[in-house]
Ligand binder design. Structure first.
Ligand code: NAI
Length: 246
């Protein structure tokens, strides 16, 4: 079975940079009509224009996943077939000193935002089915220092994914989580080149970071009908990082 998405309407949240922008480009190249959503409209507008110049279908949408009105508006037109819940923030810091407001803000974006988008998407999808992909992280399955809020939010996404998969299977809505390991992007390049970053790479069994392209096939699998019998699954793409030796 081919991992094609010809004619499918796909929404990607947080598509102005990093993984989200890459996902939008990959989905468009696979035939999807992609909507790139982010708070910074001018950035997604430019990215959508570049995708169109390459001959694929893309639109831009202003969306803040923490703003109820913004989420409702994003799902007020034609329903999407596939929604990629990618928007997220990292919010690292020592737990002893972290302000409650900072903790809440990570949960607000990474967990409540994912729920709000999934719920609005499912309300539209319920008569026709669809696929929702929540971008979690290996930090939802194991922990590291100074990422308590992030790890808690990503663990929450994994349980949320399973709970929604159970409730929405009757509506032919599949909900799956993708858990990337450490993926090299322009934003973490400096850290990953540092001594601490290099030590981290040595702990990955495959001894390398993930590249954006390592996520392409897993993403297309979950988005396309090739995964018709997959729901509530948690797909880890991490070069073996989670199975590193204790
Ligand atoms: P990034 O910072 O480049 O991308 C995050 C995107 O989410 C940005 O476009 C940002 O503007 C957007 N965003 C943040 N708050 C938002 C809000 N309230 N409403 C709408 N958009 C909002 O980071 P990256 O690395 O591309 O991360 C994307 C997703 O992948 C995140 O959920 C992250 O936790 C996850 N992830 C990233 C990994 C990595 O190694 N880069 C590894 C595992 C997971």
């Amino acid at each position: 079975m081919e991992l094609k998405l010809t004619g499918k309407r796909v929404l990607v949240t947080g598509a102005s940079s990093g993984l989200g922008l890459h996902f939008a480009q990959v989905l468009a190249r696979s035939g999807a009509e992609v909507t790139l959503a982010a708070r910074r409209f001018s950035k997604v507008q430019k990215a959508a224009e570049e995708i169109r110049l390459d001959g694929y279908a893309a639109e831009a949408l202003e969306l803040d996943v923490t703003d109820k009105i913004s989420v409702t508006k994003a799902f007020s037109a034609d329903p999407y077939d596939v929604v990629i819940n990618n928007a997220g923030i990292s919010g690292s810091g020592r737990a002893l000193e972290m302000k409650i407001e900072e903790f809440e803000s990570v949960l607000q974006t990474n967990l409540t935002g994912v729920f709000a988008v999934a719920q609005a998407a499912a309300q539209q999808m319920s008569s026709r089915g669809g696929s929702i992909i929540n971008i979690a992280s290996i930090l939802g399955l194991r922990v590291a220092g100074q990422v308590s809020a992030y790890a808690a939010s990503k663990a929450g996404i994994i349980q949320l994914t399973k709970a929604l998969a159970l409730e929405w299977a009757r509506h032919q809505i599949r909900v799956n989580a993708l858990c990337p390991g450490y993926i090299e992007t322009p934003f973490n390049k400096a850290f990953l080149e540092s001594e601490a970053g290099q030590a981290l790479i040595r702990r990955i069994p495959q001894r390398r970071l993930g590249q954006l392209s390592d996520l392409d096939a897993p993403l297309l699998l979950l988005a396309s009908d090739a995964s018709a019998y997959m729901t509530g699954s948690v797909l880890v793409v991490d070069g073996g990082h989670l199975v590193s030796s204790l």
